[in-house]
Every structure is written in structure tokens, then in C-alpha cells.
Design a protein around this ligand. Structure first.
Ligand SMILES: NC(=O)c1ccc[n+]([C@@H]2O[C@H](COP(=O)([O-])OP(=O)(O)OC[C@H]3O[C@@H](n4cnc5c(N)ncnc54)[C@H](OP(=O)(O)O)[C@@H]3O)[C@@H](O)[C@H]2O)c1
Length: 266
């Protein structure tokens, strides 16, 4: 990837998270990255670091090899129309992070044999801890290598079938919000039992990080780790059961399913 140039078309929340993760991880020289948006003022800080900043999407495509589109779904079609003449299947790899827009819909505008990827990262790309679900069409192994490399520098890359892309949006991208709400609730509980906000935050953040690392590094099942901390008649099981009586797991699952039903209706 160090030799390839990247354009991020639509450098908003997600594009910025990816940009920051790539710069921090020194994945490529800043001068190999072009970012676009219509109002570029908010990208001045990155321009000062050597990143190309422009509103000219076509020029960004001409100057780059990997084209990452990170605009809202209602903006993608006009952008594809705008850049399609500049896209060369022998050179470019098109990567769309746009929710709900299928590879077939992209191909309807961008015809030919262009390698097209759909990716679903999350905003933890900012700290190089995204999970990015990926699927592709017309891609050679070298294209897959390039895209995998890019997204593995900002977290973990997982290949899935395209029909699971919406589900991955819910679990991975919306998942950040669900986990944040869970963390916030734990902090509020911590304050109620005596901690100041700062200390409660520190304890909860590290506890969540530690729990995730236990599962990832030990490849453990959550229930196995729960068993380790639930003494018979102890305070953990009392608390856990109280949470379940109040619908903890059920409300989380229902929320995930409601989000999924909403995305499926779009
Ligand atoms: N945020 C997430 O966690 C997340 C995660 C996974 C996937 N996604 C998907 O990623 C996409 C972007 O989401 P977001 O939250 O980053 O949205 P966002 O903050 O609104 O960013 C989109 C950016 O596109 C720019 N834009 C609009 N029209 C443009 C044009 N013609 N040329 C160049 N830039 C243009 C906008 O800036 P200007 O108005 O200045 O042009 C804006 O900064 C969405 O499809 C979303 O579903 C988001």
C-alpha cells in the first residue's frame, strides 16, 4: 500500500476516522492521500500535514489508485456519475463504505471490469481498532491484498458475503453506539455507588477493554469468563440476574433486531 495512492471521497466522520488511523499508523506518506469534500475548511489541519485536500473528485481519482467513497447514500450516485470517466479498471480499485448501496447498484453506473469492494468499518478506525467487514466483485488476489492491508492497518478486516453487509452495519458500525450506551450506563451505576465521574470512567473503560481482550486473546466464550467471576450466592450473580429480570440481554437483542429491520426497510 505504501506505493499506492489513496483518495477518500467524502471525508466526513468516517472518512476522517480512517484518515487519522492511517496517518497515525504511518500506513502511507500523507502526500499519497487525497481527501475531498465540498467544504474543505475543516480539513486544513490535514493539509498542513501534507495530505492533499480538494473539492475536485475527478482530480482526486486521477491522482490515486484506491478510491474510497465515504459519502451518505444519497450522494453516491451523483459522485459515481461524476468520476466514472476517470476510473480505469487497469489501475483503480473502487471501495465503497456507503451503507445500503450494493455492488450491483454501483456497477449500474460504473460499468466494466473495475474491481469494486464494499466495506463496513466503524469509527474506531480513528484509534486503529475498527472492525471492517469486506466483500468484493471483479477483484484479483492483489486487489484483495491491497484492501485487506489498508483496513488491517486501522483494525481487523473480516471477509463476509455481500448479503450480510447490512447485518455487519448493525453489529459493527452501529455496534459502537450500543457499546457506548452500555459503557455510559455502567459509569452512571459507578457514580451511584460512590465514584466520581473521572474514576468511574477510568474503571469502566479499562474493564470493557480488558473483557474484550480476554475474549480475543484467549479465544474464550463470554459465559466461560462470567462463570469465573460468579461465586455461588455472590454479588455478581445477584446483580447479573437482576439485570436479566429487567430484560438486559433481551433488550439488547431486540434493539439489534429493530435496527436491522429498519436498515432492511430502506
Ligand atoms: N459514521 C460511521 O460510523 C459509519 C460507519 C460505517 C459506514 N458509514 C457510512 O459511511 C458514509 C459516510 O458516513 P459519515 O458518518 O462519515 O457521513 P458524513 O460525516 O456526513 O460524511 C460524508 C461527507 O461527504 C461529503 N460530501 C458530500 N457530498 C460530497 C461531494 N459531492 N463530494 C465530496 N464530498 C462530499 C460531506 O462534506 P461536504 O458537505 O463538505 O461535501 C461529508 O463530509 C455513510 O454512507 C455511512 O452510512 C458510516
Amino acid at each position: 500500500m505504501k506505493d499506492r495512492k489513496l483518495a477518500i471521497i467524502g471525508c466526513g466522520n468516517l472518512g476522517l476516522s480512517i484518515l487519522k488511523g492511517l496517518l497515525e499508523g504511518q500506513t502511507m506518506p500523507p502526500a499519497h492521500i487525497t481527501t475531498t469534500r465540498r467544504n474543505t475548511e475543516s480539513l486544513a489541519h490535514f493539509k498542513a500535514q501534507g495530505v492533499h485536500v480538494t473539492s475536485d473528485n475527478v482530480q482526486a481519482v486521477r491522482d490515486s489508485d484506491v478510491i474510497l467513497i465515504a459519502v451518505k447514500p444519497y450522494n453516491i450516485r451523483s459522485i459515481l456519475e461524476e468520476i466514472k470517466e476517470a476510473l480505469a479498471p487497469s489501475r483503480h480499485i473502487l471501495v465503497s463504505a456507503v451503507t445500503g448501496v450494493t455492488i450491483r447498484e454501483i456497477q449500474e453506473v460504473v460499468q466494466g471490469t473495475l474491481p469494486i469492494f464494499r466495506v463496513m468499518p466503524n469509527t474506531a478506525a480513528d484509534v486503529k481498532e475498527s472492525v471492517t467487514c469486506i466483500c468484493q466483485e471483479n477483484a484479483q488476489p492483489t486487489h484483495v491484498e491491497v484492501v485487506d492491508h489498508l483496513f488491517s492497518r486501522i483494525g481487523t478486516a473480516i471477509h463476509i458475503d455481500e448479503h450480510l453487509m447490512e447485518a455487519s452495519t448493525i453489529l459493527g458500525a452501529c455496534g459502537i453506539a450500543y457499546v457506548m450506551r452500555f459503557i455510559r450506563a455502567m459509569i452512571q451505576g459507578g457514580i451511584q455507588i460512590g465514584f466520581d465521574t473521572k474514576t468511574a470512567n477510568a474503571i469502566v473503560n479499562q474493564t470493557v477493554l480488558g473483557a474484550a481482550r480476554l475474549l480475543i486473546e484467549r479465544k474464550a466464550h463470554p459465559e466461560h469468563e462470567i462463570d469465573k467471576v460468579t461465586t455461588p450466592k455472590g454479588c455478581t450473580i445477584v446483580g447479573l440476574n437482576e439485570m436479566e429480570h429487567n430484560g438486559f440481554s433481551s433488550s439488547l437483542i431486540k434493539g439489534i433486531v429493530a435496527s436491522f429491520e429498519k436498515i432492511e426497510k430502506k
